[in-house]
Ligand binder design. Structure first.
Ligand code: ZN
Length: 172
C-alpha cells in the first residue's frame, strides 16, 4: 500500500461517517441479539445440564418414567404418565430438590405434571374395524334371527335384536 492511498482512506468522508453510524447501529442490534441468545442458551443449558444429571439424581427407574419438562425461574416441572410414578415423585419431591441443589442446580421448586407425550394414534384400518364388526360369525358364532328366522351372527342379534339383513331392511 503506498502513502497516497493510505492517506486517502484515513480521511473520513460524509458517506463514511454515515456508514460507520449504520455499522454501529447494526453492531448494537447484533449485541442485543447475542444477549438474547446468551439468555436462551443459559436457559437451555440449565435444562440440558439437568437432563444430564437427572438419571443419576432421580435413579434409573424414576428417571426412565419421569421426564424433566421445563426448568424456568428455578421451577422445575417433571412429567410422568403413570399415577404410580407421580406418587413416587411426590414422595421423593424434597429429596430430589435437595439432591439437585447439591448438584449445583438453582432449583427453587419442583412441580409434578401428568404428562402425555404427543403420539399419533393409529387409525382404525379396515382389519381392526372388521375385527370388532358384529357380522364376524367366526368369533361371535351364529344364532337364529327372530325376524327372518335365518341363522345370523350372534354379534348382530345382540346388537340390533335382528340379523344384519333385517337391520338393513329396517334402515332403508
Ligand atoms: Zn333377519
Amino acid at each position: 500500500m503506498n502513502y497516497a492511498s493510505h492517506k486517502k482512506t484515513n480521511i473520513p468522508k460524509k458517506e463514511d461517517i454515515f456508514l460507520r453510524k449504520k455499522k454501529e447501529n447494526q453492531l448494537s442490534s447484533l449485541s442485543n441479539c447475542i444477549d438474547t441468545l446468551r439468555v436462551e442458551w443459559l436457559k437451555n443449558k440449565s435444562i440440558a445440564a439437568l437432563w444430564k444429571d437427572w438419571p443419576r439424581v432421580a435413579g434409573k427407574q424414576l428417571a426412565t418414567n419421569c421426564i424433566p419438562l421445563t426448568f424456568q425461574g428455578g421451577v422445575l416441572t417433571v412429567g410422568s404418565n403413570h399415577p404410580q410414578w407421580i406418587q413416587a415423585l411426590i414422595f421423593n419431591r424434597n429429596q430430589l430438590i435437595a439432591a439437585l441443589r447439591a448438584e449445583g442446580h438453582e432449583i427453587r421448586d419442583l412441580r409434578i405434571q401428568q404428562h402425555y407425550p404427543k403420539r399419533i394414534e393409529p387409525k382404525d384400518n379396515e382389519n381392526s374395524i372388521w375385527e370388532k364388526h358384529p357380522s364376524r360369525a367366526d368369533i361371535y358364532g351364529k344364532k337364529e334371527c327372530p325376524i327372518c328366522n335365518s341363522p345370523a351372527p350372534i354379534g348382530e342379534i345382540s346388537l340390533w335384536s335382528k340379523c344384519g339383513l333385517c337391520r338393513r331392511d329396517e334402515l332403508t
